[in-house]
Design a protein around this ligand. Structure first.
Ligand code: 6CS
Length: 358
């Protein structure tokens, strides 16, 4: 059992302690013990210290504290201190934490429509276009915020943390190479369909169990952006790293909707202003992290075999095999999902066309 797993085991105890402390102050985010004390806001992330999400939360903390002239203090809870991604979302729902990261790879169980972000070969090959669509386009933000509102969440931001990269015990060059392979996926049901389409045997697991799953040969491979592969040491327990550019790892920053609505307008603007300023910042961070950490991986494990890109024929075969998963997505989400997929495809296409014209 690794450190993160041990910590997660005690997460329920920890959250009870935290909740107990909050109950003393009526569990109200805006309530503090003394008027002289800063208001306490809590931000839970799904990744460890040193990750992209941690960098986001640290900058959020810095800007909120600075712009509120110290009237607000933000405490960050990295992965392992409050539980799995699913548990973190529950804590936002209970308003035990006010802010959190909620990745569609796990959130899809609660809000099935967000699984549109998990479909393979849907996004552009061009990072700039994907960033425009996800991070800057107000239409998509509005559509998703309405879906999040159904679960009393408020969507603050959507961004990519970099391309998903496969780390495997055996090489993958074409869809057939996935045949019977026990592939770890995040817990959203669509990911099971995505890898079944390649003939794999998908195994949903929380983030904290991936390393030991690989080490004990319970799984044969997993996917994550490079920075995560490095900091979670997944490369240590696999022999191949494959850049298929099949899907970006997308996350969302959220807050409890009732909490946000209860804030005075100037504090709401403080939050939305900080989040807007973080949009470009975090994309720069993820790009740097993914580049630097690939070098670290190469240095730490020279024997690791890296396939930096698939052949065009192989990519086409993967793309073809992935298409029926879109019908599965529509089956899971109904007409709303169909419309959403259409809207996303059109938005991506619009930015592709614009780029070609320039
Ligand atoms: O694979 C996962 O479960 C996780 N990967 C990242 C990069 N962030 C959070 C997520 O839970």
């Amino acid at each position: 059992m690794n450190l993160i797993q041990k910590t997660i085991r005690s997460a329920s105890v920890l959250s009870l302690i935290l909740c107990g402390a909050l109950l003393c102050t009526s569990c109200g985010a805006e309530v503090t013990a003394s008027t002289d004390q800063p208001t306490q806001w809590r931000f839970a992330i799904e990744e460890t210290i040193g990750s992209v999400q941690h960098q986001y939360a640290m900058k959020f903390k810095e800007l909120i504290e600075e712009r509120s002239n110290g009237e607000i203090e933000v405490t960050i809870y990295p992965y392992g201190t409050l539980g799995t991604s699913d548990q973190i979302t529950e804590l936002v729902d209970m308003e035990v934490v006010q802010f959190a990261m909620a990745s569609p790879g796990h959130l899809g169980k609660l809000i099935p429509e967000v699984q549109v972000f998990l479909l393979h070969f849907l996004f552009s090959d061009d990072d700039e276009i994907n960033n425009q669509v996800l991070n800057k386009d107000p239409r998509l933000q509005k559509t998703f915020d309405e879906l999040y509102a159904r679960k009393r969440l408020k969507l603050l931001s959507i961004f990519s943390e970099g391309w998903q990269v496969w780390t495997m015990k055996e090489p993958v060059h074409q869809p057939e190479d996935f045949s019977g392979v026990k592939m770890r996926v995040m817990t959203s049901p669509l990911l099971i369909a995505a890898y079944k389409a390649y003939g794999a045997s998908p195994t949903p697991l929380p983030y904290s169990e991936v390393y030991s799953g690989l080490q004990l040969n319970m799984i044969d491979g997993q996917e994550n952006p490079v920075f995560a592969i490095q900091e979670m040491n997944f490369y240590e327990v696999t022999d191949w790293m494959i850049f298929a550019r099949h899907a970006p790892f997308i996350t969302t920053a959220v807050t409890n909707r009732d909490f946000f609505d209860s804030l005075p307008p100037e504090r709401q603007q403080l939050v939305t202003g900080v989040v807007a300023d973080l949009n470009d910042y975090i994309l720069k961070v993820q790009k740097e992290f993914n580049q630097e950490r690939l070098e670290l991986i190469r240095k730490n494990k020279p024997k690791l075999k890296i396939i930096t890109e698939l052949t065009p024929d192989a990519r086409e075969a993967f793309r073809k095999a992935s298409q029926p998963v879109r019908d599965k997505f529509i089956k899971m989400t109904g007409e709303d999902g169909r419309e959403l997929l259409k809207e996303l495809q059109q938005t991506i296409q619009e930015y592709e066309d614009q780029k070609q014209q320039n």
